[in-house]
Design a protein around this ligand. Structure first.
Ligand code: ATP
Ligand code: MG
Length: 424
């Protein structure tokens, strides 16, 4: 029969990679806990309208990247392409927004993109959202939290912070006119997507990755000249807070972010070590979104990190733990010994809950079991044969060079202490 393989862009994460993932997940969860953020777990599937209403109809995600389908009821549903929309939906639905609220989530997201290094169709994000705080001190908190995470992961030298303010909706409206005027004079040089967006959503063009369009944008009017006073003031305060905390950043006036719901602060952490997929974490303020999705007006800011890209950085930095070998491999010869070995292993786990024990399963000769013990990377084999069972004992055999103690047989009740002597 033909072999069924995974869907393109939806990757298996194999045991040799999971230690790096676990390190990342553990570090993030602990750090966010210390900053007072609570984890929220959200469905992978939502109504399609949630995403088109929040992310925006005229965006890459909604126009061409969503996995949407009709369920058996005829409702249009989509696999979530990002986490903010669902998080805001849940926060409104469960009345979480009466007070400032700090939340985080992690999990798979789905976008129909061209798979390449650091870009999948099922990928994972870890995201943070802070609701109910309009002042830029919370913007600074999110950025400081990221900076601390990079330090804890040992990748602080690999990522740089880019920062911008895209102002209020009104400021962007004024800027939009100027941008459209400028670009309308150069329609022939625009890529197809951008030409279409000139009418529907011209700010998205700033985000274009098309080289000719990017070049044209070099001489375009700057959003900065249209910024409202409040946004400019908040941005200056944010920069001051970051300066005081010693966080380096570059102000990138071309940074707009690919989603419609942002205003004021936007930021990205970028790296040059991953080729074209350089953004490892991106976010911004979205003060209008809660109301837009039916909640009371609530200022908010958040970011999402691409976990695949961070894992690639961790692996490149050699910072990730290896899948760890067992410390002990337990062998048994014959049915009676198998039973005694199983009971002894369980007692050993009671006595030393952190001990890594692999219990041989599947029978076989002494020689074949010893081969597996050796291959497992364990430092000590515990052997149960007929003699051991008869004498209520077990034989300890050091497996690695440099352990000078030889093989010896001990009474079962001495097993934990004898092992401890061999595994300092
Ligand atoms: P990009 O410009 O790389 O397509 P984006 O602006 O679409 O990114 P966001 O929606 O802001 O990305 O998502 C936040 C982060 O999630 C990105 O910075 C990136 O690290 C990660 N990410 C986004 N799409 C993918 C993907 N298809 N595969 C892997 N990671 C992704
Ligand atoms: Mg994208």
């Amino acid at each position: 029969m033909s072999e069924i393989r995974a869907i393109r862009g939806m990757n298996d994460i194999l045991p040799d990679a999971t230690p790096a993932w676990q390190l990342l997940e553990r570090t993030v969860a602990q750090l966010l806990d210390t900053y007072g953020y609570g984890e929220i777990r959200l469905p992978l599937v939502e109504k399609t309208a949630l995403f088109s209403r929040s992310i925006g109809e005229v965006t890459d995600i909604v126009e061409k990247e969503m996995y949407s389908f009709e369920d058996r009821n005829g409702d249009s549903l989509s696999l979530r392409p990002e986490g903010t929309a669902g998080c805001v939906r849940a926060a409104i639905q469960h009345n979480l927004l009466g007070v400032p609220r700090r939340l985080w989530y992690a999990g798979p997201m789905f976008r129909y993109e061209r798979p390449q290094k650091g870009r999948q169709r099922q990928f994972h994000q870890m995201g943070v959202e802070a609701f109910g705080i309009a002042t830029p001190d919370i913007d600074a908190e999110l950025i400081l939290l990221c900076a601390r995470l990079w330090r804890q992961l040992g990748i602080a030298g690999d990522v740089q912070l880019e920062l911008n303010s895209i102002g209020s909706a009104a400021a962007r409206q004024a800027y939009r006119q100027a941008l459209v005027e400028y670009l309308s004079g150069h329609v022939d040089a625009l890529d197809e997507d951008s030409r279409r967006r000139l009418d529907s959503n011209p700010l998205r063009i700033l985000d274009s990755k098309h080289p000719a369009t990017r070049e044209l944008l070099g001489a375009a009017p700057s959003l900065q000249d249209y910024l409202d006073a409040e946004s400019a003031e908040d941005f200056a305060r944010l920069c001051g807070l970051l300066d005081a905390a010693g966080v380096a950043y570059t102000v990138n006036r071309r940074l707009v972010r690919g989603l419609d719901y942002y205003n004021k602060t936007v930021f990205e952490w970028v790296t040059t070590s991953l080729g074209a997929q350089g953004t490892v974490c991106a976010g911004g303020r979205y003060d209008g979104l809660v109301q837009q999705l039916g909640g009371k007006p609530t200022p908010a800011i958040g970011f999402a990190m691409g976990m695949e890209r961070l894992v690639l950085l961790l692996q490149a930095a050699g910072a990730c733990a290896q899948a760890s070998a067992p410390e002990v491999y337990v062998l048994a010869l014959g049915a009676a010994a198998e039973q005694a070995a199983r009971v002894a292993s369980e007692q050993l786990r009671d006595a030393a809950p952190a001990l890594k024990i692999t219990q041989h399963a599947g029978g076989g000769s002494f020689k074949s079991q010893m081969k597996k013990a050796d291959k497992s990377g364990a430092r000590v084999a515990i052997i149960f044969g007929e003699d051991e069972v008869a004498a209520n004992s077990a034989t300890l055999k050091p497996l690695r060079a440099g352990q000078d103690a030889g093989q010896r047989t001990v009474a079962l009740q001495e097993l934990p202490s004898a092992l401890q002597a061999l595994l300092p």
